[in-house]
Ligand binder design. Sequence first.
Ligand code: NAD
Length: 498
Amino acid sequence: MTLSSKTLSSKLSDPRLFRQYAYVDGKWTHGEGGREEAVFDPATGEALGHIPWLEAHQITAAVDAAEAAFVHWRALRADERCERLLAWYDLLQAHREDLATLMTLEQGKPLPDARGEVEYGASFVRWFAEEGKRTFGETIPSHIPNAALGTIKEPVGIAALITPWNFPLAMITRKAAAAMAAGCTVIVKPAGETPFSALALAELAERAGIPAGVFNVVLGEPAEVSKILCAEDRVKALSFTGSTRVGRLLLEQCANTVKRVSLELGGNAPFIVGPDMDPKEAAFAAVAAKFQTAGQDCLAADRILVHESIHDAFVEHFAERMAALTVGNGLESEVDLGPLIHRQAVEKAAAIVDDAISKGATLVAGDQSQAPGENFFMPVLLTGVTHDMKIWHEESFAPVAGITAYADDDQVIEMANDTEYGLAAYLYTHDIRRIWKVLRALEFGMVSVNSVKMTGPPVPFGGVKHSGLGREGGVTGIDEYLETKYYCLGALGSVSGS
Ligand code: NAD
């Protein structure tokens, strides 16, 4: 089935936000080899439109454009770059509704969640617009006679940004705004499933007066495009958000050109509930932490670890809350969970559930015959989840919740850390000694205590172990795009009075 491009445009108050071209050097670009890919609405299976796949020389042309633009962009004063980024921020806000509609159509998440992502994504643009004015160097007390020592911060150069489909807008702005505020130019390679949010960002960047070549969006066969960007010596930084599998591949591919590499990879978050917790309060929080974006979230509560003394009550409240979740097309009102991104994701979720049941887990709820379409997966609750099951080790990236009972703090710490991932962990308890002990022992880049919400522009987002390298957001997020230049000004003579 095909939803004509006209139909999609008619859903937007500003149809020019829907673009079916790449964006290179300030120009809307078609693929010279004639290759193109359809983009589907995961809720209906309808084709929303098509994107071109660029040829290798067109990716190189994007690097040429970013290289030429870098000369002028880096030479602007920080407050001049700030003004342009703030203009971009204002446009993102002004077009929030259209951006959210585009996102729901290509990604599937419910419209209120999509609005929230636009807000969240835009907030990074505002944060880094300001942060670019504070990339201070240092003055170093000299150990060399008659010398002045210090550091200045300089933009690394061209940054390649490769992003996933689950947060099609915010994963771009979190990188691009930091890089551009630092004075870098960027080449974005969005996920093929969700290119239209990236292209709408490009349209708005152009309207905001971001010069040609500063923000480019390339499209194409993922492995081909990434190989070119990683091998390009002129690309000085690679920032990737996506799976650990692809992250490892890109890290290897960047070795020859010794690039700056930042990786935001998979997660397998434990959600720990202490014995002192009200089981209802904790269960409701766990439902919120598990089912956001239909479970397709690197922060999703993948392993819910509940103290044995409140386990049964917790399961009851969790099941009750889960039963109230509605599943459907994200454009409809009152929908909590949209579709999964494609059919393979549904098949993977089903396999993970089957594997757990075959190894002894109990299926408390989750009837797939109720699914409203082929890409939908009804929320599932499993209890008795153990270490030998796939759901323990793999990101399900689906609305599948697994609960395990534990006996004491030492055991739950061991269970929580029993994963190659180390992105985020949740801890629910009001016992301050337990909080401190568990918080310190958890091998994760982020620990959220008694709060589902943990992210935002002022905080350093990122993981340890196989969840990645580097941090995004916060006062250090911009450092990923800056070099430190040390200077020594010698033979200055002595300064009288000093
Ligand atoms: P993915 O790794 O399949 O794809 C991410 C990007 O890499 C896409 O642009 C894709 O086109 C590209 N890509 C895919 N295969 C490639 C290849 N062989 N060579 C080069 N590039 C390739 O990930 P996904 O399925 O789009 O996203 C889900 C993953 O992202 C999950 O693992 C999730 O945890 C992770 N994620 C992490 C964060 C974080 O901040 N840590 C945030 C969101 C998502």
